[in-house]
Design a protein around this ligand. Structure first.
Ligand SMILES: [Zn+2]
Length: 270
């Protein structure tokens, strides 16, 4: 899988395409920062009015260049010299790298664009969920919309060739249906409503097999990392599942078909 990724990387896209994709990745990343701060408090994400959080000074154009401004200003406001959160450049860099990863895995395709949109949504969702333990409906609806687009793109050639569409059709209902049952039985103690909606939206994007894979990866990562965090940072038992499910969804979107094919190959020996 790694070798295939490296091959596509070497042959499919010249270096300048990678640089261009990284740059638009960090530009989108700075918009994601706006979403991360404004969505939980219900502020508009379209209204552009960038100012220092401490002194209120309006920012010049050279203070608004994603990633680079923070580095050149050494993480401080030009006006009042108060610290600017390291979260800004981290989110921008993370989004840039995720966009490049999507290019490396998918090549210059429509699927690359859909995966990039998915990665950005998962990044915002994870940071907000880790902080507030809430997954906003807006992000789940966004994932459902791009998921529906991907389901349509996937299902058309299957129908034309007379294949089975079960995986695509069952994707959004099976995993989320089981989680919904757990939610009802546990009275909300085991899982949140936002997680159920997230897996339904992700199911549209991934299809059934890859949604199962995403859930398995999310649960394993969640239990391992959270137990470690409980020990190291003395976190409570309460667990925000969003970031872990997001990790599973991201891995399943990029490499899900290869991983599930490999697993079925081992199971059946076929
Ligand atoms: Zn300031």
């Amino acid at each position: 899988m790694l070798k295939e990724t490296a091959d596509i990387l070497m042959t499919n896209a010249p270096v300048f395409v990678y640089i261009f994709v990284f740059l638009y990745g960090i530009v989108f990343g700075s918009f994601l920062n706006v979403c991360i701060y404004r969505l939980p408090v219900g502020e508009s994400i379209v209204k552009v009015n960038s100012h220092c959080m401490t002194c209120g000074k309006r920012l010049h154009w050279y203070e608004l260049i994603p990633l680079f401004s923070w580095i050149f200003l050494r993480g401080r406001c030009h006006g009042c010299h108060s610290k600017i959160s390291v979260q800004y450049p981290l989110i921008e860099a993370a989004n840039g790298l995720l966009f490049v990863l999507c290019l490396a895995v998918k090549g210059l395709t429509l699927d690359m664009l859909l995966c990039q949109a998915l990665m950005s949504a998962l990044l915002v969702l994870s940071v907000i969920d880790a902080r507030t333990k809430e997954i906003s409906n807006g992000i789940n609806i966004f994932i459902a919309v791009i998921g529906l687009m991907r389901a349509v793109v996937t299902i058309i050639p299957i129908i034309k060739s007379g294949g089975s569409v079960l995986d695509v059709v069952l994707g959004p209902v099976v995993v989320s249906g089981v989680l919904l049952l757990i939610l009802i039985i546990s009275g909300g103690g085991a899982i949140g409503g936002g997680d159920v909606k997230l897996m339904a939206a992700a199911g549209l994007f991934l299809g059934l097999k890859c949604t199962l894979l995403a859930l398995v990866i999310g649960c394993i990562a969640g239990s391992v990392i959270h137990v470690a965090l409980m020990k190291i940072r003395h976190l409570g038992r309460e667990l925000a599942m969003g970031p872990y499910l997001s990790l599973g969804i991201a891995v399943a979107a990029l490499w899900g078909s290869e991983i599930t094919a490999w697993y079925l190959h081992i199971l059946t020996g076929a």
